[in-house]
Design a protein around this ligand. Structure first.
Ligand code: FDA
Length: 398
């Protein structure tokens, strides 16, 4: 069969692109190998979908080309997506850090996209895999050069082919390397991929040491090289998680150490001096237990030290205690990998795509959108906004 546009992947980016192309009167088919569209939308934001952020800007994205995302993000903004939700009367709210969530359920966002697809005449084919893609004259730069897709159901010819198959995170949710393979087939460079927004595992000795802290959560500043994030960290039975850890994981390389300030708002030395004056006989663990979880104090500091009364501790010792709590250094053993990562770093090299349309500079008619591209957002709605924006700009031209 013949069509104008084939989009591979019925996720956030693919559905947005399909809606826009369909509204322009293009005949659009979305091919999805899973049994349902938008599975990641449904599981996102703890089931409430953190669909965008008030503070969308390029420096909240990682990419080998940090300027690439600017064009799409400025043409389809967070305000545009908010307006779309409002038109569908979907209630939402802001959480911390400008993050916007559905009041009820992520399903509201998916239903809205599917409703828009229906209105735009988009056909979504589920349980459909693409076995092979050919372009009869791959050497031609003619815009008329069509793509032939051999799917598990039939052969489809299309003028525009959009790859929206996402990254590698959560294979159980049907993530595949398909998009990268197709990009390579058509001569594109892939920036190395890596799990991001992912919990850390600990080295064996640390895992034993911190095992009793499972469930402890602390507001912290987590730093690495030139970047810091202030949010909670969470001790888990496998290692470290929580938003601050997920954020820093996108910048971390194996073997590197991260620094954690467990008391970001405290002048620890002044606090200890004041308590020393007022309660000289109180033990260190008692006064620190008022500002930090007691279990954490017991694990981070020396067991004899914490039993010591404040009157027996020098001010130099207070300095050292402050350093241990505010510059706590830990070298993760690794990350939990794609099994639990929210996103994939790296992907199709931006320099080989048009930032305005997401079209390949190598193969006219071929487009890459969403997570498969080497653009990765921070935690907090940035990744969905990239999916909406890149999908929207491609949808204007495919
Ligand atoms: P996406 O992965 O959504 O869609 C790709 C589609 O392609 C999938 O439906 C897949 O099945 C299909 N596909 C793959 N290979 C195929 C093939 N060979 N043939 C056919 N179809 C194929 N972001 C955010 O901003 N806010 C949030 O709250 C969250 N929360 C969150 C929670 C969890 C648990 C995860 C794993 C991720 C998030 N994210 C997030 C990240 C966000 O989900 C992600 O960035 C977007 O879904 C990316 O959209 P895409 O459309 O590019 O890929």
């Amino acid at each position: 069969m013949q069509t104008d546009v084939v989009i591979i992947g019925a996720g956030a980016a693919g559905l947005m692109c399909a809606i826009e192309a369909g509204k322009r009167g293009r005949k659009v088919i979305v091919l999805e190998h899973a049994n349902k569209p938008g599975k990641k939308i449904l599981m996102s934001g703890g089931g409430r979908c953190n669909f965008t952020n008030y503070d969308i800007r390029a420096d909240h994205y990682l990419s080998r080309n940090p300027h690439f995302c600017k064009s799409a993000l400025s043409r389809y903004t967070q305000w545009d997506f908010i307006a779309l939700l409002d038109r569908h009367h979907i209630p939402w709210h802001e959480k911390a850090h400008g993050q916007l969530f559905c009041d009820h359920s992520a399903r509201d966002v998916l239903n809205m996209l599917l409703d828009e697809c229906r209105r735009a005449g988009v056909e979504i084919r589920l349980n459909c895999s693409v076995e092979r893609i050919e372009q009869p004259d791959a050497s031609s730069s003619s815009a008329d050069n069509r793509f032939t897709l051999y799917t598990t159901r039939e052969k489809i010819e299309t003028g525009s082919l959009v790859i929206a198959s996402g990254g590698l995170s959560i294979p159980k949710m049907c993530a595949t390397p398909f998009g990268y393979r197709i990009a390579e087939q058509f001569g594109h460079t892939i920036q190395p991929t890596r799990a991001a927004l992912v919990p850390f595992t600990l080295q064996p000795q640390d895992r034993t040491r911190f095992s009793e802290l499972t469930g402890v959560s602390v507001d912290s500043i987590v730093s690495h090289a030139r970047i810091s994030f202030r949010e909670n960290i969470l001790f888990t039975h496998r290692g470290l998680s929580g938003p601050a850890i997920l954020q820093i994981s996108s910048y971390w390389q194996p073997g590197e150490t991260i620094s954690v300030n467990l008391l970001p708002d405290q002048d620890v030395v002044t606090y200890l001096k004041t308590r020393q004056n007022h309660q000289p006989r109180s033990k260190l663990k008692t006064v620190l237990g008022e500002i930090l979880p007691k279990r954490l104090v017991a694990v981070i500091l020396d067991s004899t030290l914490i039993e010591t009364p404040l009157q027996a501790l020098s001010h130099t010792r207070f300095d050292a205690i402050a350093r241990q709590l505010q510059q706590w250094e830990i070298t993760p053993g690794g990350s939990e990998g794609y099994r639990t990562a929210e996103v994939t770093l790296g992907g199709v090299d931006c320099d080989e795509l048009s930032s305005k349309t997401m079209e390949s500079r190598r193969v006219p008619g071929l487009y890459f959108i969403g997570e498969v591209v080497d653009v990765t957002g921070w935690l907090g709605g940035y990744n969905f906004q990239w999916a909406w924006s890149s999908g929207w700009v491609a949808g204007q031209v495919v």
